[in-house]
Ligand binder design. Structure first.
Ligand code: GLN
Length: 189
């Protein structure tokens, strides 16, 4: 029996690219669990909400009775939202406005860079080096509250932020071979 158990990180697996997040988290040193029920949620130390389509995810969260359990989870444990996941974590969503988990004090504009054709891959300054960032119909973080720290920016707006135990990225860190962003999230557990 090992003295220290690896952290068990859940990945919300209702819709979107959750398997790529599992691979990145496992590379960064965590065990992972696909989360679809409150029982799954009860087992994990932290949660990643992947990219996908935030409106579809919201509908599924309501249908599966997971919206309120997720709100309570975020009051106690770390949550990392990427792209659609970041939209779900925001206190305010625009274009159009929609319900959210109210976990991170920020205003997020959906599809802020335009339509599908406006997806892109860029290099960003990060941790004294560079980070490859894949944007896919990404939101733009238009406002951050005083408790938010910006970890990376693109074109003058935040694209990777943290607030206490939570993180949000408007790009897809799970789609490159680089697991530094996931490692940073694991350091919060
Ligand atoms: N445009 C999507 C939304 O509004 C997010 C896109 C993504 O997660 N790659 O939910």
């Amino acid at each position: 029996m090992s003295a220290t158990r690896k952290k068990l990180v859940g990945v919300l697996a209702l819709q979107g690219d959750f398997e790529a997040h599992q691979r990145a988290l496992e590379t960064a040193g965590a065990d992972t669990l696909q989360v679809r029920t409150t029982e799954d949620l009860d087992r994990v130390d932290a949660l990643v909400i992947p990219g996908g389509e935030s409106t579809t995810m919201l509908k599924l969260l309501v249908y599966m009775d997971l919206l309120e359990p997720l709100r309570s989870f975020a009051e106690a444990k770390p949550v990392f939202g990427t792209c659609a996941g970041a939209i779900l974590l925001a206190t305010e969503v625009t274009h159009p406005s929609q319900e959210s988990l109210q976990a991170i004090d920020m205003t997020v504009e959906r599809n802020g860079y335009g339509r599908q054709i406006d997806s892109r891959v860029v290099m960003l300054p990060f941790q004294g080096g560079e980070l490859e960032a894949v944007f896919i119909r990404a939101p733009i973080i238009r406002r951050t509250g005083p408790g938010v720290t910006v970890l990376a920016e693109y074109q003058g707006t935040p694209v990777l932020i943290e607030q206490g135990r939570h993180m949000a990225a408007t790009f897809h860190p799970e789609l490159t071979g680089d697991s530094r962003v996931h490692a940073l999230f694991l350091s919060k557990l």
